[in-house]
Design a protein. Structure first.
Length: 688
């Protein structure tokens, strides 16, 4: 059908349609409890040659965007792997990796041979089943189980199976596309080994040196990472293997370089909102609906064998790991559920095999069915099997629930005077910020340091703009001094001239040996701020001491009810609760702790979770009243907003890492910030 044939045949039209689909469809499908990528695939089907005919999979534009998306998908897969966790349990991780690769590989080979495929194609089918994508990892993070051993070895298994599956692909495709002797195989393996060494070690070395020399030049660092990705992809093609092998290796290579830095978030941001969705739409374009339906009817046995073979073989691998590592059944089933989803490596390798003619359209369609089945089943099972482990996880809270500056006091012979640095720039919000800082400083018998920065990039100090900025800064500091005197707190205003506001705040806090920075909330209003960060994000990322970002809608002295949002039962979370208790004790306010667990959590489990929080909070030093509210619900934001209607202040913990969208990049946090009608504090400690 060509219902929209009136549209001009232009790359801009194609790009616009892809953007529209990527923006609108995934949220709709996620509301239906389906992965967003399902919507992208269906959009590709509807808009492709077998639907409305709007997009053409053979056009140069679609080929380019699809290839970039495929490369980006594999790069992000390598970039997201936590190598530090893998190294912690590398022996067990490798053991599970071998098991969860070998058994599905055998199952896939048997399936391929049974349905009449040659050895080469059967081996490739086996490799498609061997890898896995940690699609349910966000569920694990939400429950605070990311560091338990079963999850760590699942991550290690993902590394091993992804690399191994791509190596199989790198060998099978050349065998299929031309004459391939044993000598050719040896040459390929040697060149692949040398190439892998250059990428993994050479790119890592070059990246660390480049990042060290460029300092905070995030724009060029971002370009360096992109160059590394596509340079590795081109190099893979030069030695005769597919480009996705290079992209994955590049992800592993720069993983250690970027860490959790802003550059990593920017790279992932660009990929997740642009190129990776384009790849899934392009996959949908290749689905011939009549042939797909025919596959489900006439080749139902093949699709069923692939799906059941994957599920059963992954279970066997988890069971074998249980025998050797001594895991209980809850841990074993969690490992199994995490290894089920087949998305990134599987889809990318399937597309390559299909495009070169090694895999048939029946196999391609069967893998789409496999992806849909496992991407839905895996996360559901993970949520089911993770809950018992949540109740039994070991709580490492006995060491300290003291806030950062209290720990600093304990490790210094000479007491460090407590000091709160308060950057001021907006007269409308200054008074509330100074009041809050004064309350905290008074409670800790410390002082406040109002800080105003006159930005000036020139070397000439007689510029009229600088003189005006200095005048405004002195007026702000005078007002801050008056507020400090009202609360009978020692106030030491600081006026600084600096070319960058964030740098000025960070350096002043370090020079003054600050215990805490209290900052006002600034709205992110431009695309530049979204992509390259704000002053708040720069301070959050780099400062040596805790930072509390506040949006205060009323005088702090009137705050009586504080709601603390918690996600995981860990020391950093408990220290956030401790901070909320400290704020409450300055004004005799009450503190309510809110924990939202999955809707499937039983009443008994809810009660046990609540008991765990009660036990964990028994050792907190501040004696402010704390009530604990555990609610089972899937609509987290709606639940929180409902509970927040009775609060004057909401306190949330933020990780000390800056993301591409600043502090509100998470959809949950963004919704809360947008809709909360009370004051808000985002609190973070160094290295939290």
């Amino acid at each position: 059908m060509q219902l929209l044939s009136w549209l001009p045949d232009s790359p801009i039209v194609t790009f616009t349609i892809l953007l529209l689909v990527s923006l609108t469809l995934p949220p709709w499908f996620e509301r239906l409890k389906l992965p967003g990528l399902v919507g992208l695939l269906l959009a590709g089907v509807a808009l492709g040659e077998h639907g409305l005919g709007v997009l053409n999979s053979q056009s140069e534009t679609m080929k380019l965007l699809s290839d970039i998306g495929k490369i980006y998908l594999m790069f992000v897969a390598g970039l997201e792997i936590d190598l530090a966790q893998f190294n912690r349990k590398k022996n067990r991780a490798l053991g599970f990796g071998i098991a969860t690769f070998v058994f599905p590989m055998i199952a896939g080979m048997i399936t391929g041979l049974y349905f009449g495929f040659g050895w080469n194609a059967a081996i490739l089918v086996g490799s498609l089943l061997a890898s896995h994508t940690l699609l349910a990892y966000p569920i694990i993070q939400r429950l605070g189980l990311a560091e338990i051993e079963p999850v760590v070895i699942s991550i290690g298994g993902a590394i091993f199976t992804s690399i191994s599956a791509l190596l199989v692909l790198a060998i099978c495709v050349p065998i299929h596309t031309g004459s391939f002797s044993a000598l050719d195989l040896v040459k390929l393996l040697i060149s692949l080994t040398l190439y892998s060494g250059i990428v993994l070690f050479g790119f890592d070395w070059a990246g660390k040196n480049y990042f060290r020399r460029t300092g905070n030049d995030e724009g060029n660092q971002f370009l360096f990472v992109l160059l590394a990705v596509f340079l590795a992809s081109v190099g893979a093609q030069v030695i005769g293997v597919d480009q996705i092998v290079g992209a994955f290796l590049a992800g592993l290579a720069v993983n250690d370089v970027v860490g959790n830095s802003p550059v990593k978030d920017k790279v992932e941001f660009v990929g997740s909102v642009l190129f990776i969705p384009f790849f899934f739409i392009a996959m949908g374009l290749l689905i011939n609906v009549p042939v797909f339906i025919s596959t489900l009817i006439n080749d139902f046995g093949l699709a069923l064998a692939i799906v059941l073979g994957l599920i059963l073989s992954k279970w066997i691998a988890a069971w074998v790991t249980k025998l050797f590592c001594g895991y209980n059944w809850d841990e074993t089933l969690l490992i199994w559920s995490l290894s089920l989803p087949q998305v990134a490596t599987t889809l990318a390798a399937t597309l390559v095999g299909f495009q070169v003619g090694l895999l048939t359209e029946s196999v391609f369609n069967s893998v789409i069915v496999l992806m849909l089945a496992t991407s839905i089943l895996g996360p559901l099972l993970t949520q089911r099997f993770a809950l018992p482990l949540l109740l039994r996880q070991t709580r490492q809270v006995s060491d300290s629930v003291s806030i950062w500056w209290e720990n600093q006091q304990e490790h210094h012979e000479d007491p460090i005077p407590f000091a709160v640095v308060v950057p001021v720039s907006n007269p409308d919000t200054e008074r509330y910020l100074i009041q809050m800082a004064a309350l905290i400083a008074h409670h800790e018998s410390g002082s406040i340091i109002p800080l105003s920065i006159a930005t000036h990039a020139q070397i000439h100090m007689d510029e009229p703009e600088l003189q005006l900025a200095l005048k405004q800064s002195r007026a702000l500091l005078k007002q801050a001094l008056q507020v400090g005197e009202e609360f009978q707190v020692e106030t030491k205003p600081v006026l600084r001239i600096d070319g960058d506001v964030a740098t000025g705040i960070i350096r002043t806090a370090c020079e003054q040996d600050a215990s805490l920075i209290v900052m006002g909330w600034s709205e992110i209003t431009s695309f530049q701020a979204l992509l390259f960060g704000t002053v708040i994000n720069n301070v959050f990322w780099s400062c040596h001491c805790p930072v509390a970002v506040m949006r205060l809608l009323q005088e702090p002295v009137k705050i009586q009810r504080i709601l603390v949002l918690v996600k995981t039962l860990k020391p950093p979370t408990l220290r956030t609760v401790r901070f909320a208790q400290l704020v409450a004790s300055t004004n005799q306010a009450t503190v309510t702790l809110l924990y939202v667990c999955p809707e499937q959590t039983s009443d008994t489990q809810v009660a046990r979770i609540q008991e765990s929080w009660v036990e964990a909070l028994e050792d907190t030093a501040v004696s402010s009243p704390v009530s604990i509210n555990v609610i089972a619900a899937d609509h987290i934001a709606t639940t929180i907003l409902g509970q927040a209607q009775q609060a004057d202040l909401v306190v949330m913990r933020s990780h000390r890492r800056r993301t591409a969208g600043g502090l509100i990049v998470s959809s949950l946090t963004h919704e809360l910030v947008t809709n909360l009608n009370c004051s808000l504090v985002l609190f973070a400690e160094p290295q939290s």
